[in-house]
Design a protein around this ligand. Structure first.
Ligand code: ACO
Length: 308
């Protein structure tokens, strides 16, 4: 769905969207559900990591748009991929979900509980977007990304992670109707309250501050400096948030990966989509220090430092 397509639906323009957000297109997964996208990404990740499905002992799937309220999307994906040796569960942490899922996988591996985990970030936000609200509908898209996390000797891998949240800000980005607090009822006029509702400018300011702090924390906790980092792979929400983050932590935009123009904000899928493209484009070399950082509804934010 291009910005021109959106011009036909709401009072907006390609110029406004591109200049305020950096987004030119976003994907809409017509004819597919969340688990279908997850299976495509996860199958590709298993191939890339030369991993057999029976080796996967844990499947962690980050999403706020599961196929069903019950069971988890992870269990649907488990069935579709026949991952019969895994324990599967979802993580609900909006745009930060992939960082949370990755750090859980890493902890289980470090503790010696498991040797291999499959971590997926996937969203079908098009089902959850109010296409009458120009403040939000121009931002979001569908997508999926996945990684295999394995126990390995040596100093490469996930070095540390940081996760923080502040529930006092929960109504800056939320969906009021559809949960136990306000269940769906036939007589209720939803008026878009069952879709994503957002206060963009407040989120913008907090996102810049906390994504910067989280990035610096994982770098400094590892005894490194920003100069040691080969590439930052940030959550792709708004190019201006990412540019402000780079300025604040004093890193060149040459070392910050961007693909927001093609996908918009894909929430939990955003970081793994960007990581995969950065990797396939040869932007990440063996031994590079990579920081992934994200921020989203909760509000919740986090970062992970990896030695590739
Ligand atoms: N097209 C045209 N005009 C629009 C559109 C649109 N699609 N959307 C909003 N506007 C108008 C508003 O109605 C408002 O008009 P008004 O001043 O007459 O009331 C005006 O534009 C708002 O302009 P700004 O305040 O300058 O907008 P801003 O620069 O803050 O950009 C945006 C808005 C893009 C939402 C920005 O605040 C943002 O990206 N915030 C972060 C939100 C976000 O990313 N949320 C996702 C989850 S959290 C995360 O992932 C980080």
């Amino acid at each position: 769905m291009t910005n021109a397509d959106l011009e036909k639906i709401v009072d907006t323009s390609d110029e406004w969207i591109a200049s305020r957000t950096g987004i030119r297109e976003r994907r809409v997964a017509n004819g597919m559900v969340t688990s279908d996208m997850a299976v495509i990404a996860a199958t590709s990740a298993l191939e890339m990591a030369d991993t057999d499905r029976d080796e996967i002992e844990m499947l962690i799937l980050a999403t706020v748009t599961p196929d069903y309220r019950l069971p988890s999307a992870a269990c649907v994906v488990q069935e579709k991929m026949e991952l019969n040796n895994a324990g599967a569960f979802d993580v609900v942490a909006a745009c930060t979900g992939f960082i949370n899922a990755l750090s859980i996988a890493s902890s289980f591996i470090e503790n010696g509980n498991i040797k291999k985990a499959l971590v997926i970030g996937v969203e079908k936000l098009s089902t959850f977007t109010n296409y009458k609200d120009r403040n939000t509908c121009v931002l979001f898209g569908d997508g999926a990304g996945a990684v295999v996390v394995s126990a390995e000797e040596g100093d490469r891998g996930i070095i540390n992670s940081f996760i923080k949240s502040d529930g006092r800000y929960r109504k800056l980005l939320w969906s009021e109707v559809g949960g136990a607090a306000n269940p769906y009822s036939e007589s209720f006029d939803f008026n878009g309250n069952d879709k994503i509702m957002m206060n963009g400018s407040d989120i913008f300011k907090i996102a810049v501050k906390e994504m910067s702090n989280a990035t610096l924390k994982v770098i400094e906790d590892a005894g490194l400096t920003v100069d040691d980092i080969a590439i930052v792979v940030p959550h792709q929400a708004n190019i201006r948030i990412i540019e402000a983050l780079a300025k604040r932590i004093k890193i060149s935009m040459d070392k910050v990966f961007l693909n927001i123009a093609k996908y918009g904000n894909t929430s939990a899928a955003s970081v793994p989509l960007a990581l995969d493209e950065a990797n396939r484009e040869g932007r990440i070399k063996d031994g590079d220090y990579v920081v992934m950082v994200a921020f989203g509804g909760g509000l919740i934010w986090g970062a992970t430092l990896v030695k590739w």
